[in-house]
Write a new protein. Structure first.
Length: 280
């Protein structure tokens, strides 16, 4: 049976001073085998904290998240890779729960239930969105934080041509190459921040770029019209309809404006990413 000492945690950072100490301290307390920080040129003190809490600190060449992740994974030595956001925290018990889920389901990758800390309206909206969108059990795609098999990452690493859609592309490729399957576990991971509308806008901007990258790649590979339509309606279904259906009536009523704004921002970010790259 594997345990937390069999985990290499890879944390990619860029000016993450607000959360990086909590993130790295939680990994150390969780008993991971090693913590690797890949930094993209922080100027706010992140590197000072990283050097005092991580086992290894590497430089990110600034070519995107997938490149940073691969940089850390190449230097890892444990059999399991935990991709953690610099704003995530995890306990030993919850990490062990992820490991147990990976082994008991014979899956090649698992993610967790992320809970935004705080009681603001945005925090409540984010948690309702997550509770509705990410349900425990089998999943076609999993996102950070993820626990993945290092041996497979060595053979099929993250696509370095992707800036933000690397999680989904990796899962789809592993399914084709290895017949892999993925699970969303019932482990809970904390998320620091993400409690202001400016942070929601930043998150939706990332999702919009990811939507653009996924759609462009699919169109270039010969997606049918039906598959393109599925891509177009995906944000509406996953970010609005499913959270409304899966939360309680009172919660859904409360967060309805948030879910509407979130979905609209994601579509606008997708359009913006497409326009800026001249593919409208």
């Amino acid at each position: 049976m594997l345990n937390t000492n069999d985990v290499s945690a890879v944390v990619c950072t860029l000016n993450s001073i607000a959360s990086i100490e909590s993130c790295l301290s939680s990994l150390n307390s969780a008993g991971v085998g090693e913590t690797i920080v890949v930094d993209g040129g922080s100027t706010d003190g992140t590197l000072t904290v990283a050097h005092s809490h991580a086992d290894l600190v590497l430089n990110d060449p600034g070519k995107g998240l997938s490149v940073a992740r691969n940089t850390g994974i190449r230097e890892s030595r444990c059999s399991l890779i935990l991709n953690m956001g610099s704003d995530n925290t995890i306990t030993r018990a919850e990490l062990q729960k992820m490991i147990g889920w990976l082994e008991s389901t014979d899956s090649q990758g698992v993610s967790s239930q992320t809970v935004v800390e705080g009681s603001s309206y945005v925090a409540r909206g984010m948690n309702a969105w997550r509770a509705g969108r990410f349900r425990t059990g089998p999943a076609k795609v999993i996102g950070t934080p993820t626990l993945l098999l290092r041996i497979l990452l060595e053979q099929e690493p993250f696509d370095e041509g992707r800036r933000f859609s690397d999680d989904s592309e990796l899962c789809e490729r592993w399914l084709r190459v290895f017949g892999a399957h993925f699970e969303i576990s019932d482990a809970h991971v904390g998320e620091i921040g993400k409690t202001s509308w400016s942070q929601v806008v930043a998150r939706c901007r990332i999702y919009g770029i990811s939507d653009y990258e996924t759609y462009r790649s699919g169109r270039e590979s010969g997606w049918s019209v039906g598959r393109r339509i599925l891509s177009w309606v995906h944000p509406l279904k996953s970010d609005f309809i499913l959270p409304l259906k899966r939360n309680s009536l009172s919660t859904s009523f409360l967060v309805l404006p948030f879910l509407f704004a979130f979905t609209l921002l994601r579509y606008l970010s997708w359009i913006r990413a497409t326009w800026r790259r001249g593919h409208l």
